[in-house]
Design a binder for this molecule. Sequence first.
Ligand SMILES: Nc1ncnc2c1ncn2[C@@H]1O[C@H](COP(=O)(O)OP(=O)(O)O)[C@@H](O)[C@H]1O
Ligand SMILES: [Mg+2]
Length: 396
Amino acid sequence: MSHHTEPASGVDSTSSAPRSVPTSDAARRIRVVVLFGGRSGEHGISVATAGGVLGAIDRSKYEVVPVGITPNGQWVIAADEPGRWAITDGKVPEVPASAAEVVLPLTVGDAALRVLEPGRVPTVLADVGVVLPLLHGPYGEDGTVQGLLEFADTRYVGSGVLASALGMDKHFMKLVFAGHGLPIGPYAVIRPGDWPVRRDVVRQTVETLGLPLFVKPARSGSSLGISRVVSLDDLDAAVEEAREHDPKVMVEAGIAGREIECAVLGGRGGARPRASVPGEIVVTDETRHGFYDYEAKYFDEAAVELTCPADLPDDVVKEVQEIAVRTFEAIGAEGLARVDMFLTPEDGVLVNEINTMPGFTPFSMYPRMWAASGMSYPELIDELVQLALERSTGLR
Ligand SMILES: Nc1ncnc2c1ncn2[C@@H]1O[C@H](COP(=O)(O)OP(=O)(O)O)[C@@H](O)[C@H]1O
Ligand SMILES: [Mg+2]
């Protein structure tokens, strides 16, 4: 890292504020914009994550500005009330629309977060120190927001444009994994034009993958739009369902194995990324959920067990951690990512996917794997913000 600029440090941008600020000096706290919600199907999950983060972030060190994006894509100042953004009674929370819109800076050298209200002069709300984009899915986890933040050299937590885009797109993700010699399972891609025009060719290719199949939107998350197909008679319906989320569809051979996950954190000061102890997902009630689907992930705690640390021999733990770090490096991830794998009897570890903004409530696997590795949820949030402050802006 040859190029390094000082982070914008909140209110007093003319001073050379030290990086670790005295807790008594509120004006020197680093301003963190917590960005959540968004246009994807995972809006509510993102909001729930924000609730967790707002409740745990160290307020003596960071001044928090919650900014929500409504499901329609309006940017608004959101309530700084952690309890309000939780999943309650099986309903996911939502960012409400507002008359006042928030605009992030787009011009280099400008760090001002502005509020626009109809019939009013725009007001400068604050200077942005770091953005914490807690967004899942397209228009958030896929490089779009990251690109916006790059425009004005705004610092943000997590992966940059390309790594975010790769982490979102299961097709290009797999190409990059394969290019790095990472172990992956067999798959086929149904490109947007293929299904309406070349369905027979698609079917022939897909049939070579055997059964069961997993049919997925190429760019989605939280298992939305994913089906487990046990008979080719059900293929069309599964593809149609996936296409409701994304015109590009992935079809994968079903992998029989244990579902193992590993949390990765970027290294400090150019060091290698760090891997947590692995965790395991066990769907205990297979009559209700054929796999780790959306309902099982968020609404049916009794049907899944998140075991952390996973019960694995030491050499397998080492292998899982090594593959997780290599996967992180393969896409050029930064800050954080969760790497999901299958542990199979015949083929050993296979990488399923990488998530550049994994579920991040205090109960989610990513924070739990760090907790089991000795880093608490508030410490983890702190570490992520510090990693964002440490890295240089621009091409890195
Ligand atoms: N090829 C596969 N073989 C077996 N199970 C799979 C396969 N792909 C996905 N699954 C199951 O579906 C879940 C969701 O799939 P995943 O690819 O992780 O999508 P998402 O990005 O929505 O989390 C996985 O956690 C796993 O339980
Ligand atoms: Mg997944």
